[in-house]
Ligand binder design. Structure first.
Ligand code: AP5
Ligand code: MG
Length: 190
């Protein structure tokens, strides 16, 4: 099984690369951002609870996200495994993920971390704002998301580095170039 944590700051290309990787390696895609936006759009109780946080670029509480991902893992056809996109975002989430995988008799294969500089992230997200109009792609909220990433999420890379599972990939270049770099890393584990 190939269970991949796709890691990186807002705009690093996690969603873009996930789409290509799930097709190439037959993996189930679990994006907590997509799941939370779907709840928000459907106006569910959970969606109403998280709306203000997402719109402000603040992380949703761990308990909510962990509960949501547990349900989704059970409901999703993994095929050869899973790609976790935008999860785990805190060390507590990483610990919960490791426990959940152990409970399923599985483990995280590796964390692929996409390295992209902050100027490029901002450029990409402001361009996406024009195309898609995501509510959190404004200059103020992008800054808040990057701040959350630096303070709460970056330590997750250390969590997997200590396990010898961190694989850093250059996230600059064309979508195809980056896909090819990640594929090379994953093929070494397949
Ligand atoms: P989430 O949806 O996870 O957003 P994010 O991490 O801020 O990342 P993005 O989805 O914006 O970027 P991405 O890395 O997927 O890049 P993409 O491929 O889209 O989270 C949103 C919110 O939900 C959080 O702020 C939080 O409130 C909440 N949340 C989610 N998960 C949570 C969790 N686990 N715990 C707590 N709260 C949570 O690419 C970006 C743009 O760049 C696109 O337009 C794309 O076309 C373009 N692009 C991609 N690749 C390239 C390239 N190589 N060159 C040029 N442009 C490119
Ligand atoms: Mg995304």
């Amino acid at each position: 099984m190939l269970n991949i944590v796709l890691f990186g700051p807002p705009g690093a290309g996690k969603g873009t690369q996930s789409e290509k990787l799930i097709a190439e390696f037959q993996l189930g895609h679990l994006s907590t951002g997509d799941l939370l936006r779907a709840e928000k759009a459907a106006g569910t109780e959970l969606g109403l609870k998280v709306k203000a946080l997402i719109d402000a670029g603040i992380l949703v509480p761990d308990e909510i996200v962990i509960e949501m991902i547990k349900k989704k893992v059970q409901a999703t056809q993994g095929g050869n495994g899973f790609i976790f996109d935008g999860f785990p975002r805190t060390v507590a989430q990483a610990q919960a993920l490791d426990e959940m995988m152990a409970g399923l008799g599985q483990k995280i294969t590796c964390m692929v971390s996409l390295n992209v500089g902050f100027d490029e992230l901002k450029t990409r997200l402001l361009k996406r704002a024009e195309l898609e109009g995501r509510t959190d792609d404004t200059p103020e909220v992008i800054a808040a998301r990057i701040q959350e990433y630096l303070t709460k999420t970056l330590p997750v890379a250390d969590h997997y580095r200590k396990q010898g599972k961190l694989q850093e990939v250059d996230g600059l270049g064309t979508v195809e170039e980056i896909f090819s770099r990640i594929s090379t890393v994953l093929k070494a584990h397949a």
